[in-house]
Design a protein around this ligand. Structure first.
Ligand code: SF4
Length: 460
């Protein structure tokens, strides 16, 4: 029966307190003078006098504006506009210290909001940021308003599919007398996102990701040694050595996808003997050799490639490129060699915001694997730079797995809605059609090069 894909969300508030985003300060003497004046104006109604002018309740505490409840401030600036001689509102110092060189305080708050509510963050008041930048911010996507009336987004009448298939697709079909010969073995995923938690994630975080993956009908990758609890069809074990799988036969039997290290000769064949009906995904770094290695693996019959950059989205080549550029090159090479449709590409590293998913797909990935974003949603602590895959300074906290699972589900619901919005704005009804469609994007850096080429005085 036809069923529209829907992710159920539930409010899941923060478990650990966050620093207030805004630092609200009032000049006390001037405030006192104003209160005396307003006390007469509002006939000594204490509640009214102490709570004005903020409708969010920042001045609603026992001491009113003398001790504002800074956590409630949303930065609307009404108080500053009405009483510029009394009020000052600025970003707080603890807020500015959040994150690292890649994770900005704003992106952390965005993830936390999405994980708490499952909603799309609405900034309002117009966009005040820059229109270009590094990495994914260098890319603009096509939002042709002309198609909007027929593709009206999350609440629209037309269904927009976000299903992708993981596995090897046959290039032709062979027909028997009554049926198609040979099974098409792909694994469908309702959203183009799987989970790939960083090393060192604790037991509770792994359980939360595994349970969220099961609810969303997607997958969660973890080294086989880290797989705990019950074997689940939604867990993807990563196997890096021939002996890793010893004694874990029940995990392999349940798995529908297995990731393995293609550097270990014969590993895939050995695993294939143990488990016949699974999709194998070779996990390999995006580096200078990735195109040749990928090509060889596809010709050997591997079903999927999980290519990864570091957690800041930079690849491992001698002159590091952003994952967007590395993916484009890899996708282009496989297209040129006419093998691209045979293999699924999963990309990970630096995918930390909802808009990065369609951008990675435009660059050639079939789907993405999210990593540090999951830990941020679960309120992990930043203890330095999060770039390294072997030494990521993002420390998971002790959590209730059920709480964590709901927050991951909420985060994915928000990202799914944003993906549907962007597809609808492009007039695309199926995310699979977006793969490698670079005509849907423009690069700010390329446009600048074209516009200012040959002008030595221009800053490109
Ligand atoms: S900026 Fe807005 S939310 Fe913050 S204290 Fe002033 S009026 Fe209240």
């Amino acid at each position: 029966m036809y069923e529209r894909f829907h992710i159920g969300t539930k409010p899941s508030p923060l478990a650990y307190t966050l620093p207030a985003k805004f630092d609200v300060q009032a000049r006390k003497l001037r405030l006192a003078a104003m209160l005396v004046h307003e006390a007469f104006e509002f006939r000594f109604k204490k509640d009214v006098v102490l709570s004005r002018p903020c409708i969010y309740g920042v001045f609603g505490g026992r001491f009113g504006g003398f001790k504002p409840i800074k956590e409630k401030c949303v930065g609307c600036m009404r108080c500053v506009q009405e009483y510029p001689h009394i009020m000052t509102v600025k970003l707080s110092e603890p807020y500015k210290r959040l994150g690292d060189s890649y994770w900005t305080p704003d992106s952390i708050f965005t993830i936390l909001y999405e994980a708490s509510t499952g909603k799309i963050p609405v900034k309002g008041m117009g966009y005040k940021g820059s229109f270009g930048g590094e990495g994914f911010d260098d890319m603009w996507t096509d939002m042709s308003e002309i198609v909007r009336p027929t593709r009206d987004g999350v609440y629209g009448r037309e269904y927009i599919s976000t299903v992708v298939d993981i596995g090897r697709k046959p290039q032709s079909l062979e027909f028997g007398r009554d049926n198609v010969l040979g099974a098409v073995e792909t694994v469908p995923v309702p959203i183009p996102i799987i989970f790939d938690l960083p090393l060192g994630s604790n037991e509770q975080v792994l359980r939360a990701a595994s349970s969220a993956a099961a609810e969303l009908k997607t997958f969660s990758v973890a080294p086989l040694g880290d797989s705990s609890g019950e074997p689940s069809t939604n867990n993807v074990p990563f196997i890096s050595g021939k002996n890793d799988a010893e004694g874990r036969a029940e995990f392999l039997k349940k798995s529908r996808i297995i990731e393995y290290d293609p550097d270990k000769p014969g590993l895939r064949n050995k695993l294939r003997e143990k488990t016949r009906s699974v999709v194998f995904a070779a996990r390999l770094p995006l580096d200078d050799e990735v195109e040749e290695v990928a090509l060889q693996l596809v010709r050997e019959g591997v079903e999927a490639l999980h290519v990864y950059a570091d957690y800041h989205g930079m690849d491992y080549s001698r002159s590091p490129r952003h994952i967007a550029r590395a993916l484009k090159t890899l996708h282009g090479r496989l297209v040129k060699e006419t093998v691209r449709d045979q293999v699924t590409i999963i990309a990970s590293g630096g995918i930390t915001l909802a808009e990065h998913v369609p951008k990675a797909v435009i660059c050639g990935a079939d789907l993405v694997a999210v990593d540090t974003s999951l830990l941020v949603a679960l309120q992990a602590e930043f203890q330095g730079e999060t770039r390294s895959r072997t030494d990521c300074k993002l420390n998971p906290r002790a959590i209730d797995p059920a709480w964590g699972s709901q927050r991951i589900v909420n985060l994915m619901a928000s990202w799914h809605d944003q993906l549907v919005e962007i597809l609808s704005a492009m007039g695309i009804r199926d995310v699979r059609r977006l793969r490698g469609d670079v005509g849907r994007s423009m690069l700010d850096s390329e446009l600048r090069e074209q516009a200012f080429e040959g002008m030595p005085w221009a800053t490109v």
